[in-house]
Design a protein around this ligand. Sequence first.
Ligand code: PYC
Length: 332
Amino acid sequence: MIKGTFFCIDAHTCGNPVRLVTSGHPILSGSSMGEKRVNFINEFDWIRKALMFEPRGHDMMSGAFLYPPCSENADVSILFIETSGCLPMCGHGTIGTLTAGLEAGLIKPKVAGRLIVDVPAGQLQVEYQQTAAKVDWVKIYNIASYLAHENIQIDVPELGSITLDIAYGGNFYAIIEPQLNYPGLQDWSPDKILKFSPLIREIAGKVVECIHPLDAKVNGLSHVMWTGAPQQPNSSAANAVFYGDKAIDRSPCGTGTSARMAQLYAKGLLKQGEPFVHESIIGSQFVGKIESVTEIAGITAIMPSIQGWARVTGHNQIIVDDEDPYAFGFQV
Ligand code: PYC
């Protein structure tokens, strides 16, 4: 029996996929996107699995649903879906979703060039530039981001001692900078990222607690960022972000860039207003900036912005037939 039919606009943000699902939305309970996200996870996770995992998706697949605004001042809401679950916030996902949604006429901004977007992690202010049918770029004013833990030392089997910081930028990131047992991204293979990241996430996640001080629903160390010297002369730094079970972000990672700027700010290495051009594992770039500095629950936090671009790659109608043994996907 056909359990669901989903029309999707497939796109990528700086190389990382975004599947914007434009029909087949489940009706979600809750008044905020945080509550709707929990309802989706509890009752409709089969949709995420069917659309994200093989054979309809792949290890890096990520996507989103647009919902009506939850707040009076907002234009639209986004629910993120990934192979790893439902992220509270996703930067590349927001840039791709808004680009595809605006180009298809699915989002009607109250003010051209500006949007207010409700996401599970909070509310985003957005600016974008659209020339004729195409969105050239999207700039997200992300939620408050902060350094949560500094100089955590762990022992990683077959790697040895690793020192890392943990910062929040919409998700919690273990940030690993070059050191004795890690020469830097330029001398580190994707195989090593895939091998050591889950171990580091598991070990570090047991050593420290990662809970958002204002919303306990946002918790858990989910992402591992490996940093290094950039390849492009105009980049400030390079990174590769591991998430889910096997994903390495092809984009420079929006929430990761926010977390990284919060970490660098806390260490006195990045100033408010200074452009931070962050390079991904494939050389694509986001431009980040610390727009202002604030405090949440007594913690110094930055208000970051991230600017990037996305392109639509195709339209896709996906059928989930529960007589298909792989209706809800699989992972190898
Ligand atoms: O851009 O925030 C991001 C993101 C998170 C996971 C993959 N991309």
